[in-house]
Design a protein around this ligand. Structure first.
Ligand code: SF4
Ligand code: SF4
Length: 430
């Protein structure tokens, strides 16, 4: 059965003004970075450096070498330290490689830059793989796989929707990188083999829409597509449906579409121009648990605690630290974890525990679910540990958007119950 795009779409209070209008602030680690060698799903990582080795920004440190091929480049210059197991934003401890930062940021070219206009399709795909370009919108999926064998692709969708509350990193980064945006989108369009691309962005972002239209005005095959200001419009399925009113089973390529985040296009442009991988990230640090919500540009591998300290600290002693946005992010029980090369947001909220009440069977969570699921029933099945019922209710199709919790008048954390059900099904599958 295909995963339906359910009716659920909500206009949420965006809380974006807290960071939308301010420039990105540069933050550097104080002493060391911790380079994640695993993102929770890698099964084989080859490390090429040893303790004591001198490295530069861009030195190849390691390579994920299982079913994916993803090189890992150093975000700072300095000396390789030990390996350390520490908390990761996937909410599991993972192995990290310590690099003692010498503060000089001396760079090496990680690979030769490439002129995409003369490169062949295969050269571009190999280049993207060597550059280690991953989905920068928070997913971290290796991008080259989307372009490896494009067949009958009719549209490339560049996702600039950024629909979760608080997050403005894509907006600010794109505003400050329009030239790279154009280069990246044109290069991705060539790789996709599609005749046209659209840049999808919420209609409320008037200023950036005008800048993008101006930037692409000579490109007749690249259009700006304005979407409604609802959540989860940035979810691939919702966005694809909004654009062409079509649904798919597993991948949008089944209906001739490839989707990539706009900051992935910018990262790709930088790799083409400068021969560099993703060694730093623009990340929104926002939420009422921070004194000064800020968009930061930071070498990946920097600890969240260090960034928070450098932008002014917490506004409360009791905060929730969320890797990602408040709807889809994961609450991490510590701030001693690092920015990865695909982190787009850290949300810090004051911890105001609310007492959940009895379910009043209002059905709002069911109405809100964009994946067409019945979250309240999945929650009940999970409470009863009834795996068959969880399977019938397709708990594995939950995208963890958080809407069922958001709309619940009884303040029940429905999403958490569905997440547990999803994990139970994944464990059963093995
Ligand atoms: S978190 Fe899952 S179950 Fe809840 S509304 Fe989102 S997709 Fe549906
Ligand atoms: S929204 Fe909350 S109260 Fe209403 S049915 Fe769902 S879980 Fe129950």
């Amino acid at each position: 059965m295909s995963l339906l795009t359910g009716p659920g779409r909500e206009h949420l209070n965006g809380h974006k003004d807290e960071t939308l209008h301010n420039d990105i602030v540069l933050v550097k680690p104080k002493k060391e970075v911790f380079v994640p060698l695993n993102n929770g799903s890698s099964t084989k990582v080859d490390v090429y450096v040893n303790e004591g080795d001198k490295v530069f920004v861009g030195t190849l440190l390691a390579r994920r070498n299982d079913h994916f091929n993803v090189p890992i480049y150093s975000p700072v210059s300095g000396v390789v330290g030990a390996k350390k197991n520490m908390m990761h934003s996937v909410l599991k401890p993972q192995e990290h490689l310590i690099i003692e930062d010498d503060g000089k940021y001396e760079k090496v070219e990680s690979f030769k830059p490439l002129d995409y206009t003369t490169a062949t399709h295969d050269e571009l795909v190999n280049f993207m793989m060597e550059a280690g370009i991953v989905g920068c919108g928070g997913a971290g999926f290796p991008s080259y796989l989307k372009y490896k064998k494009p067949e009958n692709i009719n549209t490339l969708i560049i996702n600039a929707v950024e629909c979760e509350p608080y997050i403005t990193a894509d907006y600010r980064f794109t505003k400050e990188s329009l030239e790279d945006t154009v280069l990246g989108v044109k290069a991705l369009l060539k790789m996709s083999t599609a005749p046209k691309a659209i840049v999808a962005i919420k209609k409320t972002k008037k200023e950036l829409i005008a800048q993008l239209k101006e930037a692409f005005k000579t490109e007749s095959n690249i259009q700006v597509f304005e979407t409604p200001d609802v959540y989860p419009m940035g979810w691939e399925r919702t966005l694809v449906y909004e654009y062409c009113k079509k649904r798919y089973n597993r991948l949008p390529s089944e209906i001739g579409i490839i989707v990539n985040n706009i900051t992935t296009a910018i990262a790709f442009a930088r790799s083409l121009k400068y021969g560099e991988g993703i060694v730093e990230k623009v990340v929104t640090f926002s939420g009422d648990g921070l004194k000064n919500p800020t968009n930061v540009r930071v070498p990946y591998g920097t600890k969240v605690s260090e960034v928070v300290a450098q932008i002014g600290g917490y506004s409360s002693e009791d905060v929730l630290v969320i890797a990602g946005g408040p709807m889809m992010g994961k609450t991490i029980p510590t701030d001693e974890f690092v920015i990865t090369n695909y982190t787009n947001a850290i949300t810090i909220l004051k911890n105001n525990p609310v007492e959940a009440m009895e379910c009043m069977r209002c059905g709002r969570c069911n109405d809100a679910c964009p994946a067409g699921l019945l979250p309240v029933r999945i929650n009940n099945a999970e409470k009863m540990k009834d795996i068959n019922w969880m399977t019938q209710l397709r708990a594995d199709q939950c995208i963890e958007c958080g809407l069922c919790t958001y709309v619940c008048p009884s303040k029940i954390d429905v999403t958490e119950g569905v997440r547990r059900a999803k994990r139970a099904l994944a464990l059963k599958k093995g």
